[in-house]
Design a protein around this ligand. Sequence first.
Ligand SMILES: CC(C)(COP(=O)(O)OP(=O)(O)OC[C@H]1O[C@@H](n2cnc3c(N)ncnc32)[C@H](O[C@H]2O[C@H](COP(=O)(O)OP(=O)(O)OP(=O)(O)O)[C@@H](O)[C@H]2O)[C@@H]1O)[C@@H](O)C(=O)NCCC(=O)NCCS
Ligand SMILES: Nc1ncnc2[nH]cnc12
Length: 279
Amino acid sequence: MSLALAHRASKTSPASLGAWASACLRAELETYPKPGLVSHRDCGAHRDMDASLLRLSATTLEPFFADLAAAGAAHAEMDDLRRIGIAAEKAMLRATGGVNTHRGAIFGLGLLCAAAGLRQRLGLNGRLGDIVTQRWGRAIGAATPNAASNGAVAGRRFRVGGARAEAAAGFPSVYAIALPALRSAHRMAPDDAEAARVQTCLALIAQLDDTNLLHRGGAAGLAFAQDAATGFLAAGGIAAPDWLMRVAAIHADFVTRNLSPGGAADLLAMALFLEPLEA
Ligand SMILES: CC(C)(COP(=O)(O)OP(=O)(O)OC[C@H]1O[C@@H](n2cnc3c(N)ncnc32)[C@H](O[C@H]2O[C@H](COP(=O)(O)OP(=O)(O)OP(=O)(O)O)[C@@H](O)[C@H]2O)[C@@H]1O)[C@@H](O)C(=O)NCCC(=O)NCCS
Ligand SMILES: Nc1ncnc2[nH]cnc12
């Protein structure tokens, strides 16, 4: 991941934010092992996605993230953001032949891009997640969900809020779990940014009510995933000498059980996006 891109993003023009958001999706992809998820090494528990499809999706989305940042800077209402988000979803589905690679990421990263545009325009100091809540939180909560989506069905059945609740509350799982895990993992492994991303992914899986895990594995699948990730962290995470073997074994277990924490993947990308943007 380019430090120059991160630096330019911290200057926050819409184009640089779009490039940075897209780079963060690619960095999430180029992280192995992520239990059940697609990486440059394998397809995890997915039969319809591979690394090249996710790279194509990340590249396709870059101009939409830039548009969302520009819309935020122009004080857009949620309806305006939604129009751009839906256009991004359509472009993603056209590029991938109908595979949902990044719908959750479009939503979360898109809102953070809009907040970054607004923060820059108004010269604000607050956290981007808080800006999302203050500016668009009510409208996010009031939107009618797509009753048939995998996430909506799992959310109703298991009474969890999913991507919409996470965004409306200002991304608490990113600020309270992922960002602290990422920063502490950089201290644990100063020369291994990929290992730091693995640690962050496992920290998210350990605590997130991921609707993808619920959709594929029900409550038992979610509990299995959370227990496996918690055990990895309790054994020292990436500080343990055999960490790579341990997390590769967890990855293999997720594949055997057809579990994939797509929500954790999205929130990992959001933490990478926020790392240079939040003091
Ligand atoms: C608000 C929307 C995102 C719609 O949400 P939806 O009703 O579909 O349900 P959610 O459960 O809320 O999840 C949507 C995706 O968000 C990710 N996610 C899951 N859990 C969480 C969580 N706890 N916190 C945050 N994010 C979460 C996850 O996305 C990833 O997984 C996707 C692949 O999913 P799926 O197709 O189901 O995959 P498979 O398991 O492979 O399915 P099968 O093959 O088995 O069928 C992938 O996209 C990842 O990104 C959830 O899937 C939103 O769509 C919406 O309202 N859009 C309108 C546009 C808009 O308003 N935009 C605003 C400005 S940008
Ligand atoms: N690496 C990944 N694997 C599977 N689903 C994802 N959604 C977002 N990133 C993903």
